[in-house]
Design a protein around this ligand. Structure first.
Ligand code: MN
Length: 735
């Protein structure tokens, strides 16, 4: 079926050879679906040709045939037939879904996405990441199986590709990415063929010299492999082992080459170019056979490995050993001993878990769609060797990772949940700091978007752009978080510093004293501050009182302050006694610790109101009610918005009051103001400020600031006022 070496023949509209092959291992398989998929692919690829001149349809058919060789299920075979239609023809995914259902459409989609990834440049430089990406994107392992079969067929026909650069690229990619992937999921035969074919293209000289040497050795004696094969079988049978099969083969050119490289030896010295496999019915007999072999031949030290008691992470189980053949051959050979089940898994890897099991009670479709997941997990869980454990840990981690591309094709690995901000910081901290927007797959995307595998991310930056404190809630990488925190901390320090400087200037001015830096510097030591900046920050942060600074700079003021004479004036000048900064009245959640809070003067937000924070560089956060009209003026700068809420838990223990502002329309009578104040106090509030905005003949408009506990309290006050004679309208003030 594979077109390799065969001349193009018109494919029949029904792939009978393929369906026969499937029916041989799955008599009840729904092969009509395979016929249908073939028909669709046949029509869709139409007159397209392969590099070797064959009709294009020979390729998907060959891929399907490879998978049938692994005894895979009908959805996998159909996916193989359809795998290039979405990318290369007019067929769409919805079309496939309508005709073949969600499973096959999902698989085709997965393969198509992997194919698109191939079109990204330079990925082999990041082979390890790319392998992870492919694994992460192959959530259904059948996607990976189809992709590997696709690659295998492309490698088999790579000789026809005329562009040498493209040929090299495909071979390198196969060597670096697909062969290791095949190995990782335990498909040994697939791995060996991929490597060997890639090796032939990448290093033709080495490949040819090894092949020549192998030919020479082959020509030397009779059939060495056959002779050794019989000898091994005899040794085992003489020891009472029930030998099912002994097979021998030359190692592949690439594996010989690899060994030469690893051990730094010349081809002439390399003696074990043959490997033999002994298949016995049971696990016990594996060990009996091992005993017989070790008894019959000199063992090569260090070659024995027991992968039966400790399987490899990909599920591989076998006994390995190496022995030297008796005189006159004296050649070293490698021997693997296993049961038929172990052999199936060794050759077919994950595919062996996923193919039809004849004789199983369940109908093939019911061999549970997700059976392979469990099998794969089992395989992954069952390794014990430390290095394999490490490999496993890495593999499991892939599901926690996303892999995204920069516009130049650089592959960036991020934790799952990462946003474009994480991506920006991963590219470079400056890119992160100045990031103002992102395009994902060419589309403008919010910065809080959760990146998906394979996304191409373009970060837009602006000179002078700065991190927003709100970003901290959207990032998952440590690098991004620490950069944002550092920035916010620096910004806060600057804010606090400004506030401290202003507070000191005010205080010295009030007292009519010189508060110049020169004066302040002299007080630094006494105040235990290292620098003026530190002093400003300490004052701004409330750690040192402004008055204490005055006293440090002018000790005589302190003396004076103790004297009764000055008391009244000092009291006068003291800041309003009842004002423990309102900012600390009630904590707000959703802020970076230590950010300064201001209450917007336009809407006077109260606990219980839905609120929004607006970040102002150098000033901290201003809280508005979420329906405040002022917010419209920030519509163009959504990055300044942060989600905040009152910290009700913290508020329970505090008796803090907040200023609510109401606008009142009352009769222009002298009694009105008194009635108003009485009503407010009856409802447990207190008027802190009152301003008549507009006075007419018969009514007046008054703005009243009322200290209340929260929005509900203010609501009670308003309701109470509405009942007052002479008051015609009461509303919370807006704007
Ligand atoms: Mn293909």
């Amino acid at each position: 079926m594979a077109p390799e070496g065969s001349t193009a023949r018109a494919p029949s509209p029904r792939p009978t050879a393929l369906t026969d092959k499937i029916r041989a291992y799955a008599p009840h398989a729904e092969t009509s679906l395979v016929d249908e998929a073939y028909g669709v692919a046949y029509q869709a690829h139409g007159t397209q040709k392969r590099d070797n001149g064959d009709p294009y349809i020979t390729h998907p058919l060959a891929v399907a045939d490879i998978l049938a060789g692994y005894r895979l299920d009908v959805p996998s075979i159909c996916t193989a037939l359809l795998h290039d239609t979405v990318e290369d023809t007019g067929i769409t995914l919805p079309q496939i879904e309508r005709q073949f259902g969600g499973t096959i459409a999902g698989l085709v989609d997965g393969v198509t996405k992997l194919t698109r990834l191939e079109l990204q440049s330079d990925r082999t430089k990041q082979a390890e990441n790319f392998r992870k990406l492919v694994l992460a994107m192959s959530r259904d392992i059948r996607v990976l199986l189809v992709k590997l079969a696709d690659r295998l067929h492309n490698m088999r026909t790579l000789g026809f590709v005329t562009n040498p650069a493209r040929q090299q690229r495909i071979a390198r990619e196969t060597m670096d990415i697909y062969a290791p992937l095949a190995a990782r999921i335990g498909m040994d035969a697939m791995k060996t063929e991929l490597q060997n074919r890639a090796f032939a293209i990448l290093d033709p000289e080495a490949y040819n010299s090894i092949q020549a040497r192998l030919n020479y050795l082959r020509g030397q004696g009779a059939d060495v492999i056959e002779e050794v094969r019989q000898e091994l079988a005899k040794v085992c049978r003489d020891a009472g082992v029930e030998v099912m099969e002994v097979s021998g083969r030359e190692k592949s050119a690439f594996s010989i080459w690899e060994k030469m490289q690893r051990r730094n030896i010349a081809f002439e010295q390399l003696s074990d170019i043959m490997a033999f496999r002994i298949v016995v019915p049971t696990r016990e007999q594996c060990y009996w056979a091992l005993g017989a072999i070790h008894n019959g031949f000199p063992v090569i030290a260090g070659r024995f490995k027991d992968y039966i008691s400790t399987p490899k992470s990909n599920g591989y189980r076998s006994l390995h050993t190496g022995v030297t053949l008796r005189h006159p051959r004296n050649q070293k050979i490698e021997i693997q001993i296993r049961t038929p089940e172990m052999h199936d898994i060794a050759d077919n890897g994950v595919a062996a878990h996923w193919n039809y099991k004849e004789g199983a009670d369940e109908p093939p479709e019911e061999i549970e769609r997700y059976r392979w997941v469990q099998d794969l997990l089992e395989i992954l869980d069952n390794s014990t060797a430390p290095d394999e454990f490490l490999e496993n840990t890495k593999l499991e981690l892939y599901q926690d990772q996303v892999f995204c591309f920069s516009p130049k094709g650089q592959l960036i690995q991020l934790p799952r949940g990462a946003t474009p901000i994480d991506f920006a910081y991963a590219v470079h901290s400056v890119v992160g700091d100045t990031c103002v927007g992102a395009k994902v797959n060419g589309r403008l995307t919010p910065l809080r978007y959760e990146l998906q595998n394979g996304d191409q991310v373009e970060i837009m930056t602006a000179r002078g752009g700065t991190p927003s404190p709100s970003w901290e809630r959207w990032v998952v990488t440590g690098k991004a978080r620490s950069r944002i925190r550092r920035y916010v901390a620096a910004q806060q320090r600057a804010t606090t510093l400004d506030q401290g400087r202003a507070a000191l200037a005010r205080m010295f001015r009030q007292d009519g004293l010189d508060g110049s830096e020169k004066v302040l510097e002299q007080a630094l030591k006494q105040l235990k501050c290292a620098s003026l900046d530190d002093l400003y920050v300490a004052v701004g942060g409330g750690h040192i009182g402004a008055k204490d600074v005055v006293h440090a700079a002018y000790p005589e003021m302190k003396e004076a302050a103790r004297g009764p004479r000055h008391l009244p004036s000092m009291l006068n000048r003291a800041p309003a006694a009842k004002a423990p900064s309102r900012d600390s009245a009630m904590a707000v959640t959703g802020l970076v610790a230590g950010m300064a809070i201001h209450y917007a003067g336009c809407c006077h937000p109260l606990p219980g109101d839905r609120i929004v924070g607006i970040v102002t560089t150098g000033k901290g956060v201003t809280l508005h009610t979420s329906d405040c009209p002022t917010l419209e003026s920030f519509a163009a700068t959504p990055e300044r918005f942060i989600d905040v809420d009152w910290d009700y838990a913290a508020a329970r223990n505090s008796a803090a009051s907040h200023t609510g502002r109401i606008s009142v329309i009352a009769a222009n009578e002298s009694a009105s103001l008194g009635n108003l104040a009485n009503a407010v106090s009856r409802h447990d509030g207190s008027v802190t400020n009152l301003k008549i905005m507009n006075r007419q003949q018969d009514f007046m408009e008054i703005l009243v600031d009322v200290d209340v506990r929260d929005a509900r309290h203010l609501g009670n006050v308003i309701a109470g006022l509405r009942a007052v004679k002479g008051i015609t309208q009461v509303e919370r003030a807006q704007g």
